[in-house]
Ligand binder design. Structure first.
Ligand SMILES: Cc1ncc(COP(=O)(O)O)c(C=O)c1O
Length: 426
């Protein structure tokens, strides 16, 4: 040592300002809870394995020399073909697997690649609030600015059960969000965390505004295997809308294999080629054997009736879980799609003298509920104000988000824990 204390390398701005994220708060509370183990209904990972036909296909792929090497940037042709075949009917057109599909490392990296492909410093991207949190950092990493448009919760959501379809678009705010710098808009349907499946009228309204403003639409449809109401895809609303739409999918979500990191984008070739250019620089290509497994997975799923089974199973999990809210007389928002349930706890009164640690005491009510549920009841859920700007956090602060993609026995345990709320309900 020469006596001069060396300063540690400092992080770039884009990662330096991250506040205590929701997961660190949940984990901190879980480690302090006297009730162990805590039932984790927070994060949206599956509590069970992918179907056997997918696992078998992955094991076979691992034995193939070519399937253990780099894939082409746009993805392996077998998977691109399987996706084109599977998605052509619902996209109401013949998808060209050579030019209109790209495989990405999870939907998230696909969305990042799309932002990297089209956003210049200072361009604006419209995002509905609440939002999937990765959108924001992905947009900012590409140099973009986020324009937020709120979804309005059901007016009587604090007192009666509603459906996620009752969350509505603030049309004036949406129209006002477009400017000469608007480059892209992100629409997630079925929506995380709300569970809303946007109606054809809503898609038409949003899509036409994008056409008018020459704005690329990221139609984040990662929960598309789990829609419980009739629905159309954004890209089918009109040829002009197709021309501007990148439909995003996730084989990880579809096949209960979120750790495989296989996602994809489908869209017109003159948009897909630039997404591919960005994807090539970010990660070059995505895991080869798992692409081959998913390529087998789509036609097998159709042959074995998996699409109906997965919807039926998830709906029965939702039904099983929300029964506890019926029992407790607490309102919830019944999802039209996906596997998240938002329950409303405005009737739950946390004792006035309850002591929260400072990093929770300064957050909105849903963070306090989250902490209280973990420490006092032994169940973890996600505070949805995490998916809002701080100034709009109050909008959803009576809600908590529960992921029901867990074994039935876990759901029953979760319900048992929630029954402990009885003495706090006013
Ligand atoms: C709305 C939404 N989009 C995208 C993703 C990312 O999907 P993937 O795991 O395929 O990257 C998620 C994951 O939670 C999500 O909720």
């Amino acid at each position: 040592m020469n006596g001069t204390a060396k300063t540690r390398p400092q992080p770039a701005q884009r990662v330096a300002q991250q506040p205590d994220d929701v997961w660190s708060i949940v984990n901190d509370a879980a480690s302090k809870s006297p009730i162990q183990p805590v039932v984790n209904m927070g994060q949206g990972f599956f509590g069970y394995n992918p179907p056997d036909f997918l696992l078998d296909a992955a094991k076979e792929a691992l034995n193939r020399v070519d399937a253990n090497q780099y894939s082409p940037t746009k993805g392996r042709i077998n998977l691109r073909r399987a996706i084109a075949t599977h998605y052509s009917p619902s996209l109401e057109r013949e998808i060209n697997p050579e030019s209109e599909v790209i495989i990405t490392t999870g939907a998230n990296e696909g969305i990042l690649s799309a932002f990297m492909a089209f956003i210049e410093e200072g361009d604006e991207v419209i995002v509905f609030e609440p939002f999937f949190d990765q959108y924001i950092s992905n947009i900012q990493m590409a140099g973009g600015t986020v324009k937020y448009v709120p979804l309005i919760p059901p007016a009587r959501g604090d007192v009666e059960t509603s459906t996620s379809g009752d969350w509505s678009i603030d049309v004036d705010k949406l129209e006002g969000a477009f400017s000469s710098r608007t480059r892209m808009l992100v629409l997630n349907s079925p929506h995380n965390p709300v569970g809303k499946v946007f109606s054809t009228e809503e898609l038409t309204l949003i899509g036409n505004l994008c056409v008018k403003n020459n704005t690329i639409i990221i139609a984040d449809d990662v929960y598309d295997a789990l829609t419980y109401v009739p629905s159309k895809r954004m890209a089918t609303i009109s040829p002009e809308i197709w021309n501007l739409t990148l439909t995003v999918g996730s084989s990880g979500k579809t096949f209960y294999a979120t750790g495989w990191r296989i996602g994809f984008l489908i869209g017109p070739d003159d948009l897909i080629k630039y997404v591919a250019a960005a994807h090539m620089r970010i990660c070059y290509s995505s895991p080869s054997p798992l692409q081959e497994a998913c390529a087998v997975g789509y036609p097998m799923a159709t042959k074995l009736g998996f699409w109906k089974t997965c919807k039926d199973d998830m709906q029965s999990k939702i039904k099983r879980f929300v029964q506890v809210f019926e029992e407790l007389g607490l309102p919830y928002s019944a999802p039209q799609g996906g596997y998240f349930v938002l329950a409303n706890f405005s009737r739950v009164k946390i004792p006035d003298d309850y002591e929260f640690p400072p990093h929770v005491a300064c957050r909105p009510k849903d963070f306090k509920l989250c902490w209280f549920f973990i420490v006092e009841l032994g169940i973890a859920a996600i505070p949805p104000s995490e998916f809002y700007l701080p100034e709009n956090a109050h909008v959803a602060e009576n809600y908590l988000r529960f992921a029901v993609c867990k074994e039935d026995a876990v759901l029953e345990k979760a319900k048992e824990k929630l029954r402990g709320l009885t003495k706090y309900i006013v």
